[in-house]
Design a protein around this ligand. Structure first.
Ligand SMILES: [Zn+2]
Length: 85
């Protein structure tokens, strides 16, 4: 049986290049080990977050999000008008 250390290193990398017996060993270990299941889920979430961070964000989306934040911070001001001093 694979150890937690072996499984965590394998799921942090790319399992596609591993032999089927090793991949099966990872699956069996994950069925029995809460710690490695949690770690695997966290790695998947981290990978999704990195992919989202790498996508290009259109200027219009940035402007819309900025306006939404400004409306939350200063609900009484119009974000289209410049701030008064
Ligand atoms: Zn484990």
């Amino acid at each position: 049986m694979l150890t937690c250390n072996e499984v965590s290193r394998m799921v942090a990398g790319d399992l596609r290049g591993e032999p089927w017996r090793r991949r099966l060993g990872v699956r069996l270990h994950l069925l029995m080990c809460d710690h490695c299941r949690r770690f695997t889920a966290e790695m998947a979430a981290l990978n999704r977050a990195v992919q989202l961070m790498q996508r290009p964000v259109p200027d219009q989306e940035i402007a819309e999000q900025s306006a939404r934040v400004m409306r939350k911070l200063r609900p009484d001001t119009d974000p289209a008008s410049p701030p008064s001093s």
